[in-house]
Design a protein around this ligand. Structure first.
Ligand code: GLY
Length: 409
C-alpha cells in the first residue's frame, strides 16, 4: 500500500489563522497600488455621500442618480436597511472619523423601533441587525446596541421549525400565492451568524444548536453535488418532510441564482469559522469552486444566474461583491498553498466589477452599479441598478484586503 503520510507533514497544507489575526493576503505591489487607489476614492466618495444623505435609509439610486429615503416597500422593516449603517461602521473602523460613527448611531436610532413590531420581521433580521447593532456593539461596546442584537437573535431563533430543522423564511409571500410556513431559503445561511454571536454573548448553546441544525439542512437539501444551489426549499411544516424546490430569484427551478451562490460561499465559510465543523468548510469550498469556474469563463463578471440562457446577458454585481468577500473569508481557513486560489479569484472579481460598474463621482450617490434583484424582472426597474448591499460588500472586501475590516458576521 502506498504511504501518503508525507502529505500531512507540511504545515502549509493545513495552517489556519485565527479570527482577528492579520490574514496576510500576500498581495503583489501592483495589487497593493490598485487597492490604495480604490481606498483613496472610497474615502472621498463615502465622506461626501455621508455628509449628503446622513441618516437617510437608502436602497437604490433612482434615474436622477440620488438615493431616496426608504424607497422600498416595507419601509423601516426592509431587509437591506442594515447595510448603510454597516458601511458607516466599516468606514469608522478604518478611518476613525466621527462623522461615520455619529451617522451610524443616528440610523440605528431611527431603526430601533422595528423591534417593537413583529409581522414585518422575518429570517432577514440578521441582515438588519448584524451590520447595525452588533457592529455598533463590537466596535464601541454600546450595551443598548447589544440588547437590540440579542432581541433580534431571539426572534430569529423563534423561527426555527424543530421537526423540519430549518429556520422559516418569509412570513408571507403573496407573489407565490402559497402558504409559506414550510419555506426555507439559501439567503438565511448569512443570517445565522446572529445566532452564533448570541450563543457566545449569552453563553447559551441553544442559539448555536439552532444555527447548526439549519446549516445542516441547507447543506443536505440546498447544495447540489456540483456546488450549485437551490434558492427555495419547501417542507411540510407539520411533518418536516421535504416537498419541493421551486425557482426563486434566479432563472427557475434547477438553475443557479448567483446571489444565492454567493450567500452559500460566505455563509458556509462563516459556519465553519464559528463551529469548526469541517463539513461546512468542505461545502464552502464546493460552492466556491462552482462560482470560480463560472466567473472565470465570463471575464469575472457575475451573471444573475450561472445556469440560464446566454441571451439576454444579465449581470448582478452584488453577487460578485458578496462572492469576493466570502472567498476572502474562506481563504483564511485553508493552508498557505491553497489560499492564493481564493484570494486571486476575489481580486479578479473585484477588479473586473470595479472597472465595469463603479461610479467614483463624489456628487453621485452609490458606488457599484450593475446590481439585479431578481432574474425575471417584468419592469426592468430592479435590473442593472446600484443596490446598497453591493456597496456594502465591496467596502467590506476592500477593508479585508487592507486589514482594516470590522468583523461583523
Ligand atoms: N433576500 C436576500 C437577497 O435577495 O439576496
Amino acid at each position: 500500500m502506498d504511504d501518503f503520510s508525507v502529505l500531512g507533514t507540511d504545515p502549509s497544507l493545513s495552517a489556519q489563522k485565527g479570527a482577528g489575526e492579520s490574514q496576510g493576503y500576500d498581495l503583489t505591489a501592483e495589487e497593493k497600488a490598485w487597492l490604495a487607489d480604490v481606498y483613496g476614492k472610497l474615502t472621498v466618495k463615502m465622506r461626501a455621500e455621508t455628509q449628503r444623505i446622513g441618516t437617510m435609509i437608502p436602497y437604490s439610486t433612482g434615474e436622477d442618480g440620488k438615493y431616496h429615503d426608504l424607497s422600498k416597500p416595507g419601509g423601516l422593516y426592509f431587509w437591506t436597511n442594515g447595510f448603510w449603517p454597516g458601511m458607516l461602521w466599516q468606514m469608522y473602523n478604518a478611518t476613525g472619523e466621527e462623522l461615520y460613527r455619529q451617522t451610524a448611531e443616528g440610523v440605528e436610532d431611527r431603526m430601533k423601533e422595528i423591534l417593537t413590531g413583529f409581522e414585518g420581521l422575518d429570517h432577514d433580521i440578521g441582515f438588519l441587525f448584524l451590520p447595525m447593532s452588533v457592529a455598533n456593539y463590537r466596535k464601541t461596546g454600546n450595551e443598548a446596541a447589544k440588547t437590540r442584537g440579542l432581541h433580534a437573535a431571539n426572534l430569529l431563533a423563534g423561527r426555527f421549525n424543530p421537526v423540519g430543522k430549518y429556520i422559516r423564511a418569509w412570513n408571507n409571500a403573496p407573489w407565490t400565492g402559497n402558504e409559506v410556513s414550510g419555506w426555507m431559503i439559501i439567503d438565511c445561511i448569512m443570517n445565522i451568524p446572529l445566532l452564533y454571536w448570541a450563543a457566545k454573548e449569552c453563553n447559551d448553546p441553544r442559539f448555536q444548536h439552532i444555527a447548526i441544525a439549519h446549516a445542516k439542512t441547507a447543506q443536505k437539501y440546498i447544495v447540489r453535488p456540483d456546488g450549485s444551489c437551490n434558492h427555495i426549499l419547501i417542507f411540510n411544516s407539520e411533518t418536516g418532510e421535504f416537498l419541493n424546490n421551486p425557482g426563486g430569484q434566479g432563472y427557475g427551478s434547477g438553475s443557479s441564482w448567483s446571489r444565492g451562490q454567493s450567500w452559500a460561499v460566505y455563509g458556509f465559510s462563516l459556519s465553519y469559522r464559528h463551529t469548526g465543523d469541517e463539513s461546512f468548510l468542505a461545502t464552502a469550498k464546493q460552492c466556491a469552486h462552482y462560482c470560480i469556474s463560472n466567473l472565470a469563463v465570463n471575464g469575472w463578471l457575475p451573471l444573475v444566474d450561472y445556469r440560464a440562457p446566454g441571451e439576454p446577458v444579465k449581470y448582478d454585481s452584488t453577487a460578485g461583491m458578496i462572492t469576493a468577500a466570502g472567498l476572502l473569508e474562506l481563504s483564511n481557513h485553508v493552508g498557505a498553498y491553497e489560499k492564493p486560489l481564493y484570494v486571486r479569484a476575489a481580486l479578479n472579481i473585484l477588479r473586473a466589477c470595479e472597472a465595469k460598474f463603479c461610479d467614483w463621482d463624489p456628487d453621485h450617490d452609490s458606488i457599484v452599479g450593475g446590481g439585479t434583484f431578481f432574474y425575471h424582472d417584468p419592469t426592468g426597474k430592479d435590473t442593472h441598478v446600484p443596490i446598497i448591499y453591493g456597496d456594502y460588500y465591496f467596502i467590506e472586501a476592500i477593508m479585508k484586503l487592507m486589514d482594516k475590516e470590522l468583523f461583523i458576521w
